[in-house]
Design a protein. Structure first.
Lengths: 158, 143
């Protein structure tokens, strides 16, 4: 799949996730095995009203989204893969007023499991806000209704 | 330590619902809290805005994570003798069953509290406590 096809698929997929629309989460780029997703700053995700710092839960949502969606970049065919677990380390607070980016990679794909890694950062990609490893279960493309698969692939050429 | 006046007075009054109302992200999720004597159960009422997978439909995994993390933090703050703001260090989340489009509940256990670090375990369920949908473990630094 070329990058344009992948980007179309991941964008349509994230577009179907209601909570992502609610927070304004969107894909910025997609290549084979790598995806970058953005979480815009908003008052709705603030954890500490005194400082305006984003709550860790919103960062977890960003990383779950990026890790769950990079699975699309790593598999030959679109299939929904439920999250088995996520393990998140928070390195530093995100600076209020600026978007947070998540870069996710699928670093190992087996018949049953997709293993992912994800980092979040703001302006400087070297200044990691949080780091996450995840595992996703493969349940096969047949487990996802054809109408939904068609919606995500959007009639592209595979 | 930077705690808003609203958070500080909710902590001093031991008012869980007021503490939740003081945190914008908790209001965004729509979470609530019920106390039964000394037992505390957090509740995440079903909401279209919290959905992820539209096929089942199911709650976004990140929302479940955020709900558990927020609950852990609130119960930890409430367990302190003086108002303190915990900072999360790490969070480990196991998804056991799909979180369907219905109310979700969770309860927290403060496993260990040292001078600077606290460990909290959270269990979430929907229809039955005996069928947890997720469990989480978190470490916090106490400022």
């Amino acid at each position: 799949m070329n990058d344009e096809t992948l980007f179309g698929r991941v964008s349509r997929f994230i577009g179907t996730l209601r909570h992502c629309q609610h927070l304004g989460i969107r894909a910025l780029s997609a290549t084979e095995n790598e995806l970058v997703v953005e979480l815009p700053y908003s008052d709705a995700i603030v954890g500490n009203p005194e400082t305006g710092v984003i709550h860790g839960g919103a960062i977890t949502t960003l990383m779950d989204t990026a890790s769950g969606t990079v699975v699309i970049c790593a598999l030959p065919e679109f299939e929904l893969c439920p999250t088995l677990d996520l393990r998140v380390d928070y390195m530093r607070a995100a600076e209020p007023g600026y978007p947070v980016y998540a870069r996710a990679r699928a670093y190992r794909v087996t018949n049953n499991i997709v293993f992912t890694r994800c980092e979040t950062f703001q302006e400087d990609p070297e200044q990691t806000i949080a780091h996450c490893v995840g595992t996703f279960m493969r349940i096969g493309p047949e487990a996802t209704p054809k109408a939904y698969r068609d919606l995500i692939t959007g009639g592209d050429d595979e | 330590m930077s705690l808003s006046g609203e958070m500080r007075s909710a902590l001093q009054a031991g008012d869980y619902q007021a503490l939740i109302r003081a945190v914008p992200y908790a209001r965004t999720l729509g979470m609530e809290c019920e106390t039964f004597g000394e037992e505390v159960v957090f509740r995440l009422p079903r909401s279209d805005d919290n959905l992820g997978n539209p096929i089942l439909p199911a709650i976004h995994g990140g929302v479940i994570g955020g709900f558990l993390e927020m609950s852990a933090m609130i119960s930890l703050m409430m367990s302190q003798e003086t108002p303190r703001l915990p900072r999360i260090v790490d969070f480990s989340l196991d998804y056991l069953r799909a979180g369907l489009d219905r109310d979700t509940f969770c309860e927290c256990h403060l496993t260990r509290q040292g001078n600077r670090v606290a460990n909290v375990i959270v269990t979430a369920w929907q229809q039955s406590r005996r069928k947890p949908i997720a469990t989480a473990r978190a470490h916090f630094i106490m400022d």
